[in-house]
Design a binder for this molecule. Structure first.
Ligand code: FMN
Length: 306
């Protein structure tokens, strides 16, 4: 019995790992070919300068080839673009110069994103109000049959886009599925939610362009980016009278019929599907699901040390 169980887990894992590697190879290829450069050169310049700076501080962070590639991309952008913010250009040239000359790294010019000794803007929401919202947010699975408005969709995109992302890569794209037949099909690919997903006015899929992530080290980071974005969407929905429920759904094994889904929705095979949410107007009051008291969930410095 145990042998059968192990064999089944190993077989599934092998199939899954091959799929994973396939996504990353394709995504990497596309990235190396420079497909992303046209889209947002300033963003790529900033990311690549970060990579190179990290390499200068700590050469073990990346391979020399990766650093060389980053330097080439920085050079190409600096040569071809005239609209780079001045401080960003200055920083990129400095790091590139240090890399080329392998001069000692100094921090006299810092990343333009970092500013110290300034007064941060005051939060528009008081802490107690935010906690109230966090506590009020619930997964709602019963919806009124009414479409999302364009303004709501844009607000949702903004919420997702302002989520934190690793190295500010901003790899998340949203697909709002509302066409009834297509939605029915997408719902059938969600293992834990066919019934309510098919009845939701909208299924939101979050996909991540994984090209800028390293495999295998970074293979789950796109899912973390996706989870951060999904939580922002959840919270925003709560403030807009929209119900929202997450479905366990990821390209690493929990989508039914993923190949067909990708083909129907035209999702590039360089992108990982990282989350899905059922969304729609809702008047459902969800019964209370108590949480373990927060005091029972933290330790000081060492696990188990209260
Ligand atoms: C990663 C993740 C996957 C989830 N998958 C499902 C799912 O497949 N089906 C479902 O009905 N709920 C799903 N949920 C919702 C959880 O069941 C829900 O968050 C949990 O029961 C707590 O309830 P609350 O969100 O109302 O506080 C998921 C939530 C998360 C964070």
């Amino acid at each position: 019995m145990r042998a059968l169980l192990y064999a089944s887990i190993l077989r599934k894992a092998a199939v899954q790992y091959v799929r994973e590697i396939r996504y990353f190879l394709k995504a990497k290829q596309r990235y190396v070919d420079g497909a992303g450069l046209e889209n947002n050169p300033n963003l790529i310049l900033r990311k690549k300068t970060h990579h190179l700076e990290r390499y200068l501080f700590s050469p073990a962070s990346y391979t020399p080839e990766f650093a060389e590639d980053s330097a080439d991309i920085i050079e190409k952008i600096l040569e071809n673009r005239k609209d780079i913010p001045v401080d960003q250009e200055k920083w990129a040239r400095k790091i590139l110069g240090e890399f080329k000359g392998r001069t000692e790294h100094t921090s006299s010019v810092v990343c333009p994103m970092l500013k110290n000794n300034v007064t941060p803007a005051q939060s528009p929401v008081a802490a107690e109000k935010l906690i109230e919202l966090l506590r009020q947010r619930r997964s709602r699975r019963i919806f009124i049959d009414a479409s999302l408005t364009k303004a709501e969709k844009i607000a949702i995109c903004n919420a997702a886009q302002y989520a934190p992302s690793s190295c500010n890569r901003q790899t998340i794209y949203l697909i709002f599925v509302e066409e009834p037949k297509l939605k029915e099909f997408v719902a059938s690919t969600v293992p834990g939610g066919y019934q309510f997903f098919s009845k939701a006015p909208c299924i939101l899929l979050l996909v991540s362009d994984a090209g800028d992530y390293r495999y295998p080290d970074d293979r789950v980071i796109p899912f973390m980016d996706g989870a951060a974005a999904a939580e922002n969407v959840y919270l925003l929905c709560e403030t807009m009278g929209l119900g929202c429920c997450w479905g366990s759904y990821s390209s690493f094994g929990s989508i039914i019929n993923e190949d067909k889904l990708r083909q129907k929705l035209g999702i590039p095979d360089t992108h990982l599907i990282v989350s899905c949410l059922a969304i729609g107007r809702s008047r459902q009051v969800v019964c209370d699901i108590p949480r373990e008291p927060a005091e029972n969930r933290f330790w000081n410095n060492y696990y188990g040390n209260s």
